[in-house]
Design a binder for this molecule. Structure first.
Ligand code: ADP
Ligand code: MG
Length: 621
């Protein structure tokens, strides 16, 4: 990618710009690029500091910003100004955090439960986007320093379950860090790419990506065909990971040394030392059978691999439950999985590797460094977008249906779930009332037939439609979903050209559990949803009919006999009564039919009269 070119105006050599791939992780982040000579992805290791940059940001007393390993040291000495796991807060409201509010050692602001969270450091407030941007800036600087070239463009990865709001937040963080984010890519997609899966457009594969990081776990089942990466299912736990292994070891040592847990936890210095020791022990046990050390003079910190495995067995079992669930959701049997890919530092634990391989009935792929694999895949994606691999086309799909609200609160799907993105789709609508000059467009995401069961993404008014009879305006509503899964909605009234558009930036995000729940609900409620939809449609038809008939009587009453008018009023009243009594759809349709049958000859008669009047040179009313 980094080709050398000669700048003709200065005569100097200049390097062509590098596009990097970034794994913005909850615990650790990395940046990678494609080496210009061997064309292979490599993670950037600036000044021998290692490829991994801990996703920790610290603001010093002097107002400096420190990111990475150095910042981590402040977790115990200055926890209020040291921020970790901010990825979990991206695109979230305080309400979304639920029971996990106490997890964070810093102050999360709770004054507005619906808005996006803010974090307080001294007397300043930061959004998770700003804090993530600090991590991205650090990665960008390291890449520029190491490659000796400006880095302005990047591909950034996110978990497959990230929703619009979280993706948008990630993109904004990139922008704040001075990066043009060419694409937001799913982490499992990147991992598969790093293993070369999906590069050949003729290849068809079903892949399981098991990602166990520091504090999060997810399993994604991907179907890859013709360069399309389709997420068949995803499951996991955003509060489960290697940190739990560390805690299990600490608790074991507390027990073995007959310490009092509360006293240990209150002693920040001691708990931090124990935490570091426990992580060291855990990593050592990935290679060896026994670890022996000490904290201070008297605390014995020894553990065998056997004991460690016994401690973490329940945690590993929970991840296997998620695998089962993901497979059930994808409607697949383990033997239908072509490849299993291990991602995340915690997959180095031998017990984890064995459990995953056993579950899928084949050895999992771990030949690439599990810390780096996502960043490496992101670099490949960056290379593809840079146009260096013209033969490859990569596509993702949207996880939930996108649509708008139509009469009666029904969901009208515009882009169905699992559509390949980028994509564009639209539909034409009209007004329901004469002289209507505004039209409310409400955008929803979800699988249910009634919008109130789905999630509202945005709402706007198409204003300034010229007054016309109901049904006359032609309003095109178009959904443009870009490659990152970010939606733009535009509405145009074709007769007048009035136009309005919004970029959908949802107020606050959905958790992965919520996305799953929405999909599950749509299945469990499918039957009742159909019934509700039919009922609402019947009511809407009736209301439209009543509106039309009443308008007709108002305008054209003079052409009807008194008897006709009375009969019409009677039938109108009957329909109104059925509606008021909450009648079922059959009763409603019966009353609608009666009214329609009785009044349909009128329209024709009035038409005849109008024509006669027109021919007599008179103006139609
Ligand atoms: P994330 O994707 O959440 O940012 P990572 O994939 O970087 O996280 O994983 C970090 C976790 O991996 C930490 O809990 C760390 O202790 C663990 N880890 C790293 N190396 C090893 C190892 N050799 N054995 C066991 N766990 C490890
Ligand atoms: Mg990760």
């Amino acid at each position: 990618m980094a080709k050398v070119a000669i700048n003709l105006s200065t005569g100097s050599l200049q390097q062509e710009e590098v596009i990097v791939g970034i794994d913005l992780g909850t615990t650790n982040s990395l940046v990678a690029y494609i080496h210009p000579e061997d064309k292979k992805p490599i993670a950037i290791n600036d000044q021998g500091r290692g490829t991994i940059v801990p996703s920790v940001v610290h603001f010093t007393q002097q107002g400096e910003t420190i990111v990475g390993t150095e910042a981590k040291d402040y977790l115990t000495t200055d926890p209020a100004n040291t921020f970790y796991s901010v990825k979990r807060l991206l695109g979230k409201s305080y309400k979304d955090l639920g029971e996990h509010k106490d997890y964070y050692g810093y102050k999360i602001i709770d004054d507005d439960s619906e808005g996006l969270v803010k974090i307080r450091a001294k007397d300043k407030f930061y959004s998770p986007i700003e804090l993530s941007a600090e991590i991205l800036k650090e990665l960008r600087e390291r890449a520029e320093h190491s490659l000796k070239t400006p880095v302005n463009r990047a591909v950034i990865t996110v978990p497959a379950y990230f929703n619009d709001s979280q993706r948008q937040a990630t993109r904004d963080a990139g922008k704040l860090a001075g990066l043009e984010v060419l694409r937001i890519v799913n982490e499992p997609t990147a991992a598969a790419l790093a293993y070369g899966i999906g590069i050949d457009p003729n290849e068809e594969k079903t892949v399981a990506v098991y990602d166990l990081g520091g504090g999060t776990f997810d399993i994604s089942i991907l179907s890859i065909h013709q360069g399309i990466f389709e997420v068949l299912s995803t499951h996991g736990d955003t509060y489960l990971g290697g940190d739990d292994f560390d805690r299990a070891i600490i608790n074991y040592w507390i027990q073995e040394n007959q310490l009092v847990a509360d006293t240990v936890h209150q002693d920040k210095q001691l708990s931090q030392e124990l935490r570091l020791k426990a992580e060291e022990a855990k990593k050592a046990l990935s290679q060896q059978q026994l670890y022996v050390s000490k904290v201070g003079e008297s605390i014995e910190c020894g553990i065998t691999r056997h004991k460690f495995e016994e401690l973490i067995a329940p945690i590993v079992a929970r991840t296997m439950e998620s695998c089962k669930q993901a497979m059930a959701d994808a409607k697949l049997q383990p033997e239908q999985i072509d490849a299993v890919i291990m991602v995340g530092g915690s997959t180095r634990v031998p017990l984890v590797y064995e459990a995953v391989s056993t579950f899928f009935g084949k050895p999992a792929n771990n030949s690439l460094n599990p810390d780096e694999v996502v960043a490496l895949g992101a670099a490949i994606q960056a290379d593809i977008l840079a146009g260096n691999r013209k033969d490859i086309l990569l596509l993702d799909v949207t996880p939930l249906t996108l649509g708008i609200e139509t009469m009666g609160g029904l969901m009208d799907p515009i882009i169905p779930r699992n559509s390949k993105i980028p994509t564009k789709a639209g539909r034409q609508y009209t007004t329901s009332v004469d002289g209507q000059v505004n039209m409310k467009i409400s955008v929803y995401q979800g699988e249910r037939d009634v919008v109130k069961e789905n999630r509202k993404l945005a709402e706007f008014d198409l204003k300034g439609i010229p007054a016309m009879p109901a049904g006359f305006p032609k309003v095109d509503v178009n959904f443009i979903l870009n490659a990152d899964g970010i939606l733009k909605v535009e509405a145009i009234e074709l007769r007048s050209g009035v136009r309005q558009e919004v970029e959908v930036k949802p107020q606050y995000g959905l958790t992965d559990q919520q996305v799953e729940q929405m999909l599950m609900d749509s299945i469990t409620h499918a039957k009742e949803d159909v019934a509700t939809r039919m009922q609402i449609e019947a009511r809407t038809t009736a209301e439209q009919m009543l509106y039309q008939v009443e308008r007709f009587l108002e305008k054209n009453g003079q052409h009807l006999t008194e008897e006709e008018i009375n009969l019409t009023r009677e039938n109108v009243q009957q329909l109104k009564d059925v509606l008021a009594a909450g009648g079922d759809k059959d009763a409603i349709y019966a009353a609608v039919d009666r009214l329609e049958e009785q009044t349909s000859p009128f329209a024709e008669r009035v038409m005849q009269i109008s024509i006669k009047q027109a021919m007599a040179g008179k103006k139609i009313e």
